[in-house]
Design a protein around this ligand. Structure first.
Ligand code: ZN
Ligand code: MN
Length: 497
């Protein structure tokens, strides 16, 4: 018996517009002040009329083009009717039978080294409005529910894939890559904590019996997963559950109604939710208040022109251009487009991509983490970091001093960005310049060796790791010495003795 896992995703992404999709209300998230970002349109008051937000459409178009979708010349808006307290109109404006884009694909690289990719076909990407948010029982007394309509009317792009994903890990990888692409395109901030991105996953199993006959298990849909890790966990649980269910009941696809389930991360299980409506239950019909949208070839071409270099391509280019590994390039690119720009500026400036990569992904990221900084909040310009790396690479200062200097620059940065010239000043002020005077180093080495006869004997007997403490003692005598050079001098002197 062989089992294949079949997964398709539906992803809702909040588009980065200033205002809502059909009215002028702000999309800035206001969790503490409910119902202040509202107007007659997004409250669904009688007589109010929606007007499409052109920017939302442009961002959707840009994404669809990036996902290799066919763009419809003619597209329209439909009402999807259902009642829920966070949907005051009694319908959601969405796109039903004529979405603005269809039939795209996204090539997902599966391994780091292997060139193997999975082509994930995109069924459609359409635009719609978000609903508000219901809060139940915040007092814990079980007596109150609240509705916040700040979110109602926020523009969403819904991306639906074919069931082309073959494992929970692959589904997670796809979502991570999609999110990275959307942030590179600057169409969404994809902030999952704040609900800017939610994923629904459809999953079933193809079980092949001993004669090779395919038995598909009933499809379930896991709703509203808002983290990469939870998506993978939920799908892993669901795949196990479906296999056990099939072994227990023998029920196949089509023999039970489609089930909607939710993921409970605390218990790491999926649980059944309401029965899923079929399209007919929503009584879709074209929204008579909104005009259809005609998309010209020029607009599609403009969207294509506005695309940036995609993350997958940038990883490959950066690795080759700067002589770093694919993994190192991925570490940089996955931090975001601005971060990759920062790296490239420093790497070009100091002329050593590998050194720039090491300093940025190790020392600098550690310093930022300790200070809870991000690229957006940290003060060190690429030019100042370049000046620092140049000093290290030209052996004006040691690597150790370079690290000290980096901390000092960041400390000073708390009061404003230090200019690149500050690097040379700090080297002076702190006396970090490497001592070039070999006479001084030799004298210090002689002194230290003189009072460490035992260690010297050990080193001579082949215990090379014993050199460390000797280097430390010499460094104490002359602060600006290059440790590598000191070590060399010590070994040479012991050898000659
Ligand atoms: Zn409004
Ligand atoms: Mn939707």
């Amino acid at each position: 018996m062989e089992v294949q896992t079949i997964i398709g995703l539906e992803v809702h992404v909040q588009l980065l517009t200033r205002t809502k999709i059909f009215c002028g209300c702000s999309t800035a998230f206001h969790p503490d002040r409910p119902n202040v970002q509202t107007c007659p349109v997004c409250l669904g008051l009688p007589g109010s009329l929606p007007v499409m937000n052109r920017r939302a459409f442009e961002l959707g178009l840009k994404t669809a083009v990036a996902l290799n979708c066919q763009i419809a010349e003619f597209t329209k808006w439909d009402r999807k009717q259902y009642y829920y307290p966070d949907l005051p109109k009694g319908y959601q404006i969405s796109q039903y039978d004529l979405p603005f884009s269809t039939d795209g694909f996204f090539d997902l690289k599966l391994g780091d080294e292997s060139g193997e990719t999975r082509r994930v076909r995109i069924i459609r990407a359409h635009l719609e409005e978000d609903a508000g948010k219901n809060f139940h029982d915040e007092t814990g007394r079980g007596t109150e529910s609240h509705v916040d309509l700040n979110r109602a009317g926020t523009p969403l792009l819904e991306v639906v894939t074919q069931p082309d994903l073959r494992s929970p890990a692959e589904a997670r990888r796809f979502l991570e890559e999609l999110v990275l692409l959307l942030t590179y395109l600057e169409v969404s901030d994809c902030n999952m904590q704040e609900g800017s991105l939610r994923a629904d996953a459809n999953i079933n199993l193809h079980i092949f019996d001993d004669e090779g006959r395919k038995i598909p298990t009933p499809i379930t849909e896991i709703k509203n997963v808002n983290s990469f890790r939870f998506l993978e966990m939920a799908l892993e649980y669901e795949a196990r559950r479906q296999l056990e269910q099939w072994k227990a009941t023998g029920k196949k696809l089509g023999e039970v109604p489609k089930e909607t389930r939710g993921f409970d991360p605390q218990r790491n299980v999926t649980l059944p939710q309401r029965g899923k409506e079929e399209a007919a239950d929503y009584r879709y019909f074209p929204d008579p208040d909104l005009v259809p949208v005609i998309v010209s070839a020029d607009e599609i071409e403009a969207a294509r022109q506005s695309l940036c270099e995609f993350p997958a391509a940038r990883r490959e280019r950066i690795a080759v251009a700067y002589g770093i590994s694919y993994q190192e390039a991925a570490m940089i690119v996955d931090q975001g487009a601005r971060f990759a720009d920062y790296f490239e500026e420093v790497a070009l400036g100091c002329g050593d991509g590998k050194a720039a990569c090491n300093w940025i992904t190790q020392d600098l990221l550690r310093e930022w983490n300790e200070r809870r900084w991000t690229l957006a909040t940290q003060p060190l310009s690429a030019a100042a970091l370049t000046a620092l790396l140049r000093a290290v690479l030209q052996r004006t200062i040691s690597i150790k001093s370079g690290r000290e200097l980096l901390s000092a620059l960041l400390d000073e940065g708390a009061n404003g960005s230090p200019p690149p010239a500050r690097v040379a000043e700090l080297i002076q002020e702190r006396g970090l310049a490497l001592v070039e005077d070999s006479g001084a180093i030799d004298r210090a080495v002689a002194e230290v060796l003189g009072r460490n006869a035992k260690i010297v004997a050990d080193v001579k007997a082949g215990k090379l790791q014993a050199v460390g403490p000797l280097v430390g003692q010499v460094m104490k005598l002359i602060k600006g010495a290059d440790p590598a050079r000191v070590r060399e001098a010590i070994l040479q002197r012991i050898q000659e003795s």
